[in-house]
Design a protein. Structure first.
Ligand code: SF4
Length: 84
């Protein structure tokens, strides 16, 4: 019979890596929806992540077992490193 601690450890290990990640990769947006939850007032000085850093991040997430990445913002299609 397993103790509660053994069960908790097992469950925590199973949930360490999320299957999906929402990456708020760009804070700017060309809309101003009233219902918007993407408020980034406290991030005004945050620089855009360099392209090679973004690629490294994606590789790290994939290596960790993340299966799905949602690019969100703001408007991710305005990101200077994403070609439209
Ligand atoms: S981030 Fe989405 S919800 Fe917010 S203003 Fe832009 S389009 Fe609208």
């Amino acid at each position: 019979m397993q103790s509660q601690n053994e069960n908790r450890t097992s469950n925590e290990e199973e949930t360490k890596t999320p299957t999906a990640v929402n990456w708020h990769c760009y804070k700017a947006c060309n809309y101003a929806c009233e219902f918007c939850y993407a408020r980034f007032e406290d991030l005004k000085a945050t620089p855009v992540m360099a392209a090679n850093e973004g690629c490294q991040l994606l590789e790290m997430l994939a290596s960790a077992g993340v299966e799905k990445i949602n690019f969100v913002g703001g408007e991710p299609m305005l990101h200077p490193h994403i070609e439209t």
